[in-house]
Every structure is written in structure tokens, then in C-alpha cells.
Design a protein around this ligand. Structure first.
Ligand code: ZN
Length: 185
């Protein structure tokens, strides 16, 4: 598993141990655009993720795992009511949008890399399959990624995720529920 490091300053300190993985779709057209947002952007709404997996399967590491990246936003999962950024490792799959809430198919290469990376992280931190989640699982009223084209069944077959039948909950009022500041990743 080859990982290219391109570190960003968009992080701070974790306040809890790592016990989750959150999958995202970048919703950007190119890797360059994604890296520019995660690394270079300095004004307003700074975001980041530990890893980005490009369409060709190359894995880029943006934030050291021991640091808290900024990808989950306001979110919750089971007993974890807040600060999922402190609990999780964020993995972004480079994937252009096809609509406001939909994404193109994920490539075979990037899913293969995603499986390897996910398995490796789960082993190292003893993360349970039910704690490998979609961004839309933890923020269902405002996030849709990685969306309906993400092949959860492949991860479930390998014991790397649970509950393959995910459907983002569509809430038409979602844009009015949170302020712009709260809605950033
Ligand atoms: Zn996301």
C-alpha cells in the first residue's frame, strides 16, 4: 500500500481515542482541487481529512492519524453525541458530483485501496465494523456523501463495515437547520 504524504496545517489535537472511520466523497472534479481545499485554503471554512484516495487508487495522507482533522462537522453516532472529528479517521474518495446529492461511480482501483487502508486502520486501532460509517450516517440531515453509488457491500463482505443498506435521509429543510458556519465540514 503506497501512501504519498502531502501534509496540511488544517488540524488540531484529538480529545478522545480513535474508534471510528468516516467515509466521504470529495464532490470535486479533480484531485488537485481537493488538495488545494485541504492544504492551501486559509480563509474561512478550513477543512481537511486524514486521507484522500484518488481515482487511480493512489492514497494521499493529508493529516497525521494522531491529529484531529476537520471532516465530520456537527455530527453524532450512537453514544458519541459530539466531536466525531476527535474519534475518527476521515477517508475521502475522490469523486465528482453528478448532481447536488449524487456522485459518479467510484473506481475499482480506489475501492481496492480503500479496502486495504480501512483494514489496516481497523486492525491498528481495533475499530468495530459498525463504527465504519458514511458522512451521511453521522450527519443525516445535512450530508449525502459518499452517496448511493458507494459499494458498501464490498466492505461488509470483508468484515470492514456493517449495515450495507444505507440511504441518506433527505431532509428538504436541511439548509435552513444550520447556519453557514455550522454547516461546514
Ligand atoms: Zn463528507
Amino acid at each position: 500500500m503506497k501512501i504519498i504524504q502531502k501534509f496540511s496545517s488544517h488540524f488540531d489535537e484529538r480529545k478522545s481515542p480513535i474508534d471510528m472511520i468516516v467515509f466521504h466523497a470529495t464532490a470535486t472534479k479533480t484531485l488537485e482541487e481537493t488538495l488545494s481545499i485541504f492544504i492551501e485554503k486559509e480563509e474561512g471554512g478550513r477543512v481537511s481529512s486524514h486521507y484522500v484516495i484518488d481515482r487511480d487508487g493512489t492514497i494521499y495522507q493529508i493529516i497525521p492519524e494522531e491529529k484531529r482533522a476537520w471532516h465530520a462537522g456537527i455530527s453524532r453516532w450512537k453514544d458519541i453525541k459530539e466531536d466525531i472529528n476527535s474519534h475518527s479517521i476521515g477517508i475521502e474518495f475522490q469523486c465528482p458530483p453528478t448532481g447536488e446529492r449524487t456522485f459518479t461511480e467510484f473506481s475499482k482501483e480506489q475501492i481496492e485501496s480503500g479496502l486495504l487502508l480501512c483494514e489496516d486502520i481497523m486492525k491498528r486501532y481495533k475499530i468495530k465494523p459498525e463504527n465504519v460509517v458514511a458522512h451521511s450516517d453521522i450527519a443525516p440531515d445535512r450530508k449525502f456523501d459518499p452517496g448511493s453509488t458507494f459499494p458498501w457491500e464490498v466492505f461488509v463482505q470483508k468484515g470492514l463495515a456493517a449495515n450495507p443498506d444505507r440511504r441518506p435521509i433527505l431532509n428538504e429543510n436541511r439548509d435552513f437547520l444550520l447556519t453557514k458556519e455550522e454547516n461546514k465540514c
